[in-house]
Write a protein that binds this ligand. Structure first.
Ligand SMILES: Nc1ncnc2c1ncn2[C@@H]1O[C@H](COP(=O)(O)OP(=O)(O)OP(=O)(O)O)[C@@H](O)[C@H]1O
Ligand SMILES: [Mg+2]
Length: 250
């Protein structure tokens, strides 16, 4: 059991879900505070992605509680409603519009949050332009704005997609294995970038890259077999015998 506080942004308690009798999540309890950047580690099949599926409404828990901003029960809402509440999710594979410029990708993402009517009669306001400039800056793509997204490196496409999520101003951003396939330089830059993003919202990032996790310098949660194995600083968690046995020592 974790203590539910009304100030928590995200609150999971006792969440379980089975697939064909296999417990992917086993009484998982997990809390994220406003403005927190949290790192999640754990072996393959630990339930990290499934946890994100539960939060975003893609998968329904068999039991347990999932609350956002204190009293909004996420288990009662569908994926679109949860996205609308301000929970953005970045999947492993980048999904940007390759044949559009970086700028247009961000403009499209900004538009996505508007109504159909709003989009029909829509002119890019000065405020929108400022926001796109700001995002270009955050995701390190200022000099690439007029290039086609197809010409970006894999890592830059990941950044662009993070930028597209930021255009929708999520209160909570979930990022699943962002640095897989990135160069070492891109990986190091991504840690800085996510820390900057977490100054204005909460971010939960799943990664296997321990150097990256260390660079983040935040509280780490290690999952195994669908529940929390250890939680705390990277030094605390990586010294835990259970974590070494189940994950790091493998
Ligand atoms: N929709 C689903 N249907 C059936 N089984 C699923 C489904 N989603 C997840 N699983 C199973 O649940 C378990 C947990 O998977 P999950 O993808 O959450 O692990 P993970 O911690 O993200 O692992 P990885 O580090 O490899 O990404 C796995 O055994 C997986 O096969
Ligand atoms: Mg996964």
């Amino acid at each position: 059991m974790v203590e539910k506080t009304s100030t928590s942004l995200l609150y999971l308690d006792g969440v379980s879900v089975s697939f064909d009798g296999f417990k992917a999540l086993n009484s998982l309890s997990f809390v994220v505070e406003p403005g927190e950047l949290r790192a999640i580690i754990g072996p393959n099949g630990a339930g990290k992605t499934t946890m994100m599926d539960i939060i975003t409404g893609k998968t329904r828990p068999d039991s347990g509680q999932v609350f956002f901003e204190g009293d909004t029960d996420l288990t009662k809402l569908d994926e679109a409603e949860i996205a609308q509440l301000g929970i953005g999710r970045k999947f492993q594979k980048p999904t940007v519009f390759e044949s559009h410029t970086i700028w247009d990708n961000l403009e499209l993402a900004l538009n996505r949050s508007r109504t159909v009517f709003g989009t029909l009669f829509y002119r890019l306001s000065g405020e929108d332009r400022d926001r796109i400039e700001e995002i270009l800056d955050i995701v390190r793509l200022k000099d690439r704005r007029s290039d086609l997204a197809a010409n970006l490196s894999h890592g830059q496409k990941q950044w662009l997609e993070i930028g597209m999520l930021l255009a929708q101003e999520p209160k909570l951003l979930l990022v699943d294995e962002p640095v897989a396939g990135m160069t070492d330089a891109e990986t190091a830059e991504t840690a800085i970038l996510l820390r900057e993003i977490a100054k204005t919202r909460s971010v939960v990032v799943v990664e296997h890259d321990m150097g990256f996790i260390r660079d983040l310098g935040v509280k780490v949660t290690c999952l195994a077999e669908g529940s929390v194995l250890a939680e705390g600083s990277i030094d605390f968690v990586s010294a835990d015998p259970k974590v070494i046995e189940n994950y790091l020592g493998r």
